[in-house]
Unconditional design. Sequence first.
Length: 217
Amino acid sequence: MATLLLIDSSVFPGSASASRTVTDAFRKAWEEQHPEGTVIYRDLAANPVPHITADAHSAGFAAPDAHTPEQAAAFAERVTLIEELEQADAILIGAPMYNYAIPSTLKAWLDNIVLMGRTAMTEDSKAKGTPVTVVASRGGSYAPGTPREPYEYVRNYLEAILRDTLALDLDFIVPELTMAPHNPAMAELIPLFEASRTKALDDAAAKAKELAERLAA
C-alpha cells in the first residue's frame, strides 16, 4: 500500500490553521482510498527538527567512516528525515506564509533533506519524481496582477527547492485571503476568502483521490 509523508508547519492548531484544515481534508480523502496505507506525519510546530549545524552540513560531504562523533550524531538525524522522504509515494506539505516566507521550522526540514548526491542534483535520487502537494495558505492575495504579487516568495522558493533541486513532481493548493474574517479592513473580501477556502478543500480531496488512484494502478 502507498505511503504518504505529511508535513504540517503552521503554528496554529487544528481548524485555527488554514493550511492544517486543507492538509487534514487531503489526508482524510487519502485514507479513505488507502485504509491500510501508511501516513508518516511530522508536525514541525509541535516537534521541530534541528536546524542545520556545521556538523550536520559538513557530514554530508564526508565519508561516513571519516565522521567525527558529533558529525555522526548530527548526520543520523538528517538521514532519518531523508529516509522518510525516500519511503514516500506522495508528499503533502502545509506551508503557510509568515512575513512573506515559509515558517523557519519548514526551512529547517528542507535544509536537512537537501543532500547533494543523494536527494539533490543527482539522477539516482530515490525521491525523484515523487508527487508533492504544497498547501500554501496566506492571509492576503499574492496572485498575478495583485498589488502584492512582487512579495510572492513562498511559491518561488518552493519551486526552486522542491521542483528544481529535488526533482519532485510539484503541485500547489493556495487558500488565500485567510485574514479576511478577522480583519475589519478586509471585510469586503470575505466572499472571495470563502470561495478560495471551498476551492482549496475541494482541490485537496480531488488531488488525494487522483494520486491514490494513480498509485494503485
